[in-house]
Unconditional design. Structure first.
Length: 98
């Protein structure tokens, strides 16, 4: 809220400084083109500030980058495996991963 109020105060100061020279210049002429342009610019600035404050919606907490372990490298190998029944060996294809 403090940020919005300070933004509005700054915007009003800028609008006041933009309108003042136009009003002084148009004192002898009754053409209000400068005032209309300054009013349009002021409305755009104030509308942008208010819209930005509404769209911001407050603080956001974003998780930082995390370490991701690479997937293990796997392959298949033929290995000799001891047979349970007769004590001999036979060959089996086994998946091996690092």
């Amino acid at each position: 809220m403090k940020r919005i109020m300070s933004s509005l105060l700054i915007a009003m100061a800028l609008v006041g400084s933009a309108i003042q020279p136009a009003a002084a210049r148009d004192r002898h002429h009754h053409d209000d083109t400068g005032r209309i342009i300054a009013g349009g610019v002021a409305a755009g600035v104030v509308g942008g500030l208010i819209g930005g404050a509404i769209a911001n919606g407050g603080p956001r907490y974003v998780d930082g980058p995390r370490y991701v372990e690479p997937a293990p490298r796997c392959w298949y190998e033929d290995r000799d495996v001891r047979n349970r029944y007769d004590g001999g060996y036979h060959t089996e294809t086994v998946r091996v991963c690092e």
